[in-house]
Design a protein around this ligand. Structure first.
Ligand code: SF4
Length: 366
């Protein structure tokens, strides 16, 4: 039995009792002409329409390409490969939420419940790696959505992609919040022996109460640390991605996370400050008012300050230039923590042309 607890405006409908979901919210698709207000006349709520199916749906898609060239505002230009669209992990702050709008879904519950998967991803990747135009540049798996989200348990698309990468000596960086990555240790070990892989375990908080509301279907922080330990023991380069740092929410955990990750065997640390974009800003604002009413205004104010004064008009350069006092303080803490816990070890070079040398299966014969 679900209860509608709040209608903030015609753009957002809040629901409760969606177990294990992040935002608990339906929101207008900013790109669609069909808005929630078309179903809502202020007196009648079509509960059946909204609640029909609380289970996650997995929907196959037929893409023509698997690699995307993206300009990541925090990391620079890179090749990204995402076997899934949408993510069942349901992190409230997720910047990939708005990409679901391109597929006709909303960035709220739809993003967590309607998972599109690229069933032919491995075939497309092999085709690309064999092509003359491919220069062997490093690929980030999970540049947008998590490649080890729950769907991967059954579908094994990420595993197939890694098999292809190993076959062609293609270097990859894997970013994930799920311990499922350890399932593929057999492949990762072989890739690591050739210097082809690096894993970033993304840890946002060590506070389980916070994790359960902020990113409900990710692995527990204890399991994430266990992953770091296990990969490190298997000589697979592993670091921690402290992301996102949310001023006033997890920003007091920087030293604790660095210490725990370093003790577990992480050799490097990356971090990003939260950036809210488009509809995600609305969702986050709505969520924090419901979840942490007493600190909501302060947190939102600090996020806006770090983003250059606005909550939903993020300017990545502001975060990078550390122009705000709050941004400067956070970046300084990260620098100190990295140094204190030796998380600034040189990352292995998995640059193209050295280790990503194209190698066709035929050449292996000679
Ligand atoms: S795990 Fe990553 S992709 Fe998935 S919801 Fe969380 S932030 Fe988004």
């Amino acid at each position: 039995m679900y209860i509608i607890i709040m209608i903030l405006d015609k753009n957002i409908v809040n629901l409760s009792n969606f177990r294990g979901r992040g935002v608990q919210t339906l929101i207008n698709n900013g790109l669609s002409k069909h808005h929630l207000e078309h179903f809502w006349d202020g007196s009648y709520f079509d509960e059946e329409f909204f609640m029909a199916d609380e289970k996650t749906k997995y929907i196959p898609t037929h893409p023509k390409t698997i690699l995307n060239r993206i300009n990541n505002p925090d990391m620079g230009p890179e090749w990204s490969m995402n076997p899934y669209q949408g993510c069942e992990h349901g992190c409230v702050y997720c910047y990939a939420r708005i990409t679901h709008e391109y597929w006709g879904y909303n960035a709220g519950l739809d993003f967590e419940k309607n998972i599109l998967y690229k069933y032919n991803a491995a075939e497309l990747l092999e085709h690309k790696l064999k092509s003359k135009s491919w220069k062997g540049e490093k690929i980030t798996i999970s540049g947008n959505t998590d490649c080890y989200q729950p769907a991967e348990q059954k579908l094994k698309i990420t595993r197939q992609l890694l098999e292809i990468c190993l076959k062609y000596n293609q270097s990859v960086v894997i970013i994930t919040k799920n311990a499922l990555v350890c399932r593929d240790i057999d492949i990762l070990e072989k890739m690591a022996a050739k210097g082809l892989v690096e894993v970033c375990m993304s840890i946002t908080t060590l506070n389980e109460d916070l994790r359960k509301v902020l990113e409900p279907r990710t692995s527990s922080s204890k399991n994430k640390l266990k992953v770091i330990r296990t990969l490190s023991e298997h000589s697979i380069p592993v670091g921690v991605l402290l992301a996102p740092i949310i001023p006033g929410l997890n920003s007091d955990e920087i030293f604790k996370i660095c210490e725990a990750a370093s003790n577990a065997g992480a050799s490097f640390l990356n971090h990003t400050l939260l950036h809210l974009n488009g509809t995600t800003a609305l969702l986050f604002e709505n969520w924090i008012h419901k979840t942490f009413p007493l600190k909501a205004s302060r947190v939102l104010h600090q996020i806006a300050e770090a983003q250059g004064g606005s909550l939903n008009k993020d300017d990545a350069s502001n975060r990078r230039k550390k122009s705000s006092a709050i941004g400067q303080a956070i970046h300084q803490q990260v620098r100190l923590a990295k140094s204190k816990y030796q998380l600034n070890k040189a990352r292995q070079k998995i640059a193209p042309l050295k280790l990503g040398i194209k190698q066709t299966p035929q050449l292996n014969l000679f």
